[in-house]
Design a protein around this ligand. Structure first.
Ligand SMILES: N[C@@H](CCC(=O)N[C@@H](CS)C(=O)NCC(=O)O)C(=O)O
Length: 203
């Protein structure tokens, strides 16, 4: 099994889970700067020409959330629970993609990636708007975490790995999560999990 990755936000989730669950796989670095994802060959693994991709024999699985599920499933990890918690994990994954990390990703692209790929300096109004969206959803997560150590029940799940995805980039991307004390405490717990702070293999 191979996990194709780059050292960027979405593959970071898959790599962190792979380390956390001790998955037996080979990490394959894809150099986005050199356009390695744009080749026809890579397009056969993922027609979107994006990383991460998990390749298992003839099967390739793309989308970081699906990859986190698969890695937890094949290793029997409780990061992807099979009981009543599963629907709640899906609830937070869905909400995260459409709310919390959606705004985090926008700030990541505008402030950190855009200037390096020729998009010029971030547009201040667009940054402010994304920060407003982020704060609105962060208030909801912060209220939830007032009475909970993790997104779902009392143990970490892939929902936490998804919710944390943009936060390692918070300083450079100007993501104001530290205004929210319960999110800050939860994020410190996430940082203590195996794989979170050092998700990428040594190259
Ligand atoms: N929704 C996808 C997003 C994947 C994605 O946007 N990957 C970026 C790196 S963070 C990429 O491969 N970009 C290369 C490109 O667009 O050419 C996921 O969660 O896997």
């Amino acid at each position: 099994m191979q996990l194709y990755y780059s050292e960027t936000l979405s593959p970071r989730k898959a790599c962190a889970v792979a380390h956390n669950v001790n998955a037996e796989l080979d990490f394959v670095f894809v150099d986005l700067g050199r356009g390695e994802q744009a080749t026809e060959e890579f397009g056969r693994l993922n027609p979107n020409h994006k990383v991460p991709v998990l390749v298992d024999g003839p099967h390739s699985l793309w989308e970081s959330t699906a990859i986190m599920c698969r890695l937890a499933q094949i290793t029997g990890s409780d990061l992807w629970p099979t009981d009543d918690r599963q629907a709640e994990v899906i609830r937070w994954l869905t909400w995260d993609a459409l709310q919390f990390t959606r705004f985090g990703v926008e700030l990541y692209f505008r402030n950190l990636i855009g200037p390096h790929v020729g998009l010029g300096p971030p547009e201040p109004d667009a940054v402010r708007e994304a920060q407003t969206g982020f704060r609105k959803s962060a208030a909801i997560l912060d209220a939830h975490l007032a009475n909970a150590d993790w997104a779902v029940d009392s143990t970490p799940t892939i929902a936490d790995f998804a919710l944390g995805a943009a936060l390692p980039y918070a300083v450079g991307a100007a993501i104001p999560f530290e205004e929210f004390p319960n999110i800050s405490h939860w994020y410190a717990r996430l940082c203590a999990l195996r794989g979170w702070l050092e998700p990428f293999p040594k190259r």
